[in-house]
Write a protein that binds this ligand. Structure first.
Ligand SMILES: CC(C)(COP(=O)(O)OP(=O)(O)OC[C@H]1O[C@@H](n2cnc3c(N)ncnc32)[C@H](O)[C@@H]1OP(=O)(O)O)[C@@H](O)C(=O)NCCC(=O)NCCS
Length: 228
């Protein structure tokens, strides 16, 4: 997204939602449920972030850039998305003893596996402008709503910080990312010639111009509602 640069995290509300990966094939069949939770990035997340970074960008940011953003840049807001997986069993038709045990809290489901970092993003606040500096989903998790959940988290944070506009750069060839941004009201407002150093590709400059309006807030509410 942006060329490598050197940009706190804040304790913020988590944005969590559930994605049912496999439909119930039969009653009582175990169901894999994955919850995607977006939280501020910590230094411990950097190795996992770097793995996604290297798999996603031709000119990855160096590790020290993330260290800088998390420890020295007061205008930075960086997050990770984690996937928590759990197995749930259907409640029907269980015995009366099973139902009683569930009611009394004596029945427990298997513990969720260790959460995985499946995506990340970073944003800088520049006065009343929120600038999305980077966003990526682990290649094995793309197309499952992770990028969208991360973007919504950033946009909500921009609202909390009273941004008037949100901006970003994207490669002209990156149609997937542009689709995501257009879905959330970003429009092309300019072009930076030969912005990317690896192939001298142009960048589109995209912004949400009506970010600070009731219409946009309604749009964001509706889109976020569909994610839940
Ligand atoms: C761009 C990126 C972050 C999207 O993340 P993702 O988790 O795959 O996206 P989601 O599953 O949340 O999809 C959200 C929207 O993105 C768009 N999108 C996602 N995959 C798409 C595809 N294969 N083709 C076209 N549009 C697609 C759609 O608009 C989609 O909304 P929809 O489901 O209503 O159609 C991801 O592709 C990525 O990491 N790319 C590499 C890094 C990168 O290019 N970052 C952006 C730099 S500017």
């Amino acid at each position: 997204m942006i060329e490598p640069a050197i940009s706190t995290k804040d304790e913020r509300d988590d944005m969590s939602s559930q994605v049912v990966l496999s439909p119930l094939e039969a009653q009582n069949a175990p169901e894999r449920v994955v919850s995607i939770v977006v939280t501020p990035m910590s230094l411990d997340d950097i190795p996992a972030v770097m793995a996604i970074e290297r798999a996603s960008f031709p000119r990855p940011w160096p590790e020290r850039a993330y260290h800088y953003e998390l420890t020295e840049n007061p205008n930075a807001y960086f997050v990770v998305a984690r996937a928590y997986e759990s197995i749930q069993t259907s409640s029907v038709p269980h015995s009366p003893w099973h139902r009683l045990a569930v009611r009394l809290g004596l029945h427990s489901h298997p513990a969720p596996a260790q959460p995985l970092v499946v995506g990340f993003a970073g944003m800088w606040m520049q006065v009343d402008e929120a600038h999305i500096a980077t966003i990526a989903t682990h290649p094995g998790w793309r197309g499952r709503g992770v990028g969208e959940r991360i973007l919504v988290n950033l946009l909500r944070e921009a609202q909390r910080r009273h941004a008037i506009t949100v901006t970003l750069e994207v490669r002209v060839s990156n149609g997937v990312a542009q689709n995501l941004y257009r879905k959330y009201g970003f429009e092309e407002v300019g072009r930076r010639k030969a912005y990317y150093q690896d192939n001298r590709e142009d960048a589109l400059l995209m912004t949400v111009t009506n970010f600070d309006t009731p219409e946009y807030r309604e749009r964001l509410d509706a889109l976020e509602g569909r994610l839940r």
